[in-house]
Write a protein that binds this ligand. Structure first.
Ligand code: ATP
Ligand code: MG
Length: 411
């Protein structure tokens, strides 16, 4: 029989990979909690309309990347490609639109049908935060500051640069849209088919094209700065001054548009040069229209998502494998007492295992193999004397320790 492989674009998390992943999530959760974000979990699959209505009919995600299928009852279901739409759906479904603000932390798997490569998978994982219910520029800055604090806590902030932009308010975007249509129409002969299709429907989306030919044309496209209303320019200036107050370094990049349609005002990315072309580790912005599109009242919101795999790759020193202790009974008669010691150590919070077979030498070999830091050796004489021999497996030093003191000694 042929050996089965993981589905294309998926990967298993085992050993160090899982430890890196867990470290990213645990760190992010702890920092987000300090900023007042509480964790939510929503379903991995949703009614397809949760995404098709909101992410933008011309976005890459909706046009090419969604895992959409009819379930056995004929409902169109989509494996979530991102978390924000589901969180907004949940806000509305759970009647929380009058209990604002809601500050949400999120971690879990996402699914996109992409061409797999380093840092780009079909099942990948994200951490997210969403601050729903505040229209203040301070909210944008706080969300970014929380992201920055997570990158700092992970020790990867120095590898990244925060780039920010504004997509303005509706009148700014309408004016900008006209300018873009004018510019890209002049160059339509050289645009990719995808971008050509977006020219009528969503010219802003062209700015996000990864096509090399498109990129050359985009380089000279007009910028939104010349089309901002006074209010939109003021909002952007406030976000920047709050970022300075928070001590978060940034630079402006007027080319950031983000891959999904729901953004307005602030758009930002933390980018790194260390991951080749998959250089965006965290991205987000303001999405004031999304809750309304989900059937709720108009609700301002801002948030970001970060790829856990990309963050895990940036971690300089991987979290160490856990080192517990191995309980080693000498002779069959010692086994029952050893089991009691084993359970008391576990009850005291110590990682402890017992090798199941063999003589003292073979059991100590196994203790080394599982990476134990110490062996707790129990022979019949030790048990009679109410002690265990604790052997430090790194140095080989051994001493007798009273059973009553064992947990404290090994903690
Ligand atoms: P990219 O430009 O790399 O395709 P994106 O704009 O599609 O990214 P977002 O939708 O903003 O990405 O998702 C937020 C973050 O999730 C990204 O910055 C990245 O770190 C991560 N991410 C997105 N798609 C993938 C993927 N297919 N595999 C691994 N991580 C991903
Ligand atoms: Mg993408």
């Amino acid at each position: 029989m042929t050996e089965l492989q993981p589905a294309r674009g998926t990967h298993d998390l085992i050993g160090e990979d899982q430890r890196r992943h867990t470290h990213v999530v645990d760190t992010a959760r702890a920092i987000a909690a300090r900023y007042g974000f509480d964790e939510w979990t929503t379903p991995i699959f949703e009614d397809t309309r949760v995404f098709s209505r909101t992410l933008g009919e011309t976005s890459d995600v909706v046009t090419k990347e969604m895992y959409t299928f009819a379930d056995r009852g004929g409902e169109s279901i989509t494996l979530r490609p991102e978390a924000t739409a589901g969180v907004c759906r949940a806000l509305v479904s759970n009647g929380l639109t009058q209990s604002l603000p809601q500050k949400v932390f999120y971690a879990g798997p996402m699914f996109r049908y992409e061409r797999p490569q380093k840092g780009r998978y079909r099942q990948f994982h994200q951490i997210d935060i969403e601050l729903i219910g505040s229209a203040e520029p301070l909210a944008d800055a706080e969300v970014i500051a929380c992201g920055w604090a997570i990158l700092e806590a992970l020790g990867v902030a120095g590898d990244t640069v925060l780039e920010i932009n504004t997509l303005g308010d509706k009148p700014s975007r309408d004016a900008y849209r006209d300018a873009l249509v004018g510019y890209f129409t002049e160059h339509q002969g050289a645009l990719s088919a995808d971008s050509l299709a977006r020219l009528d429907r969503n010219p802003l989306r062209i700015l996000d094209s990864k096509d090399q030919g498109d990129r050359r044309i985009i380089a000279n496209a007009p910028l939104i700065a010349g089309h901002l209303t006074e209010a939109a320019a003021g909002f952007y200036a406030s976000v920047q001054s709050y970022l300075r107050a928070f001590g978060v370094p940034f630079r402006e990049n007027p080319r950031i548009v983000r891959g999904l349609d729901y953004y307005g005002h602030t758009a930002f990315e933390f980018v790194t040069g260390k991951l080749g072309s998959q250089g965006t580790v965290m991205g987000g912005g303001r999405y004031d229209g999304l809750v309304e599109e989900m059937g709720g009242p108009p609700t301002p919101a801002v948030g970001w998502a970060a790829g856990i795999e990309r963050l895990a790759m940036l971690l300089e020193t991987p979290p160490a494998a856990p080192a517990g202790v191995a309980v080693v009974p000498v002779g069959d008669a010692a086994e029952a007492a050893a089991l009691g010691v084993l359970q008391s150590l576990r009850a005291a919070g110590i990682r402890a295992e017992m090798a199941y077979r063999g003589n003292l030498r073979r059991r100590l070999e196994r203790a080394n193999r599982i990476g134990a830091r110490a062996a707790v050796i129990l022979g019949p004489d030790d048990i009679a004397a109410g002690v265990a021999q604790v052997k430090d497996l790194a140095t080989g030093a051994q001493e007798a320790v009273k059973l009553a003191d064992l947990a404290a000694r090994l903690a």
